[in-house]
Design a protein around this ligand. Sequence first.
Ligand SMILES: [Zn+2]
Ligand SMILES: [Zn+2]
Length: 139
Amino acid sequence: MERDYYIDSLKKSNFKITPQRLTVIDYVRSHSPGHFTAEEIFNSIKSEEPTITLATVYNILKALQSSGTVKTFETGGSTWFETNTDFHGNFVCSNCGKIYDIDIDEKGILGNIEGSGNSVQEATLILRGICKECLPDHD
Ligand SMILES: [Zn+2]
Ligand SMILES: [Zn+2]
């Protein structure tokens, strides 16, 4: 996505665009698609932005989330963010900790729930296991 897409998203949450916020946006853009925590961003940019705090990074991510630009989920005691806002599952490897996007049959899952008259507003699907890189027969 273009930088402007994220800038507009922050403006929608009434955030002024500052150099610190642009640094966070650039991190998010360069790690997209992917999964990241506020701590990872903070640790990666603090040498470049010595006055930034973890809370600032977190608030920027929350603002991006409230405008629908990033999604968030919890696993392994951490809050993760991602720019893939399409319906998908997150497969977490219990060995290496990598998170993989998994295609999920959206109609199959939501059809059952919405077919009986309910309305789903948010879905977080986390699947845990061992990824193919970590399985012993991987060559
Ligand atoms: Zn693994
Ligand atoms: Zn994902």
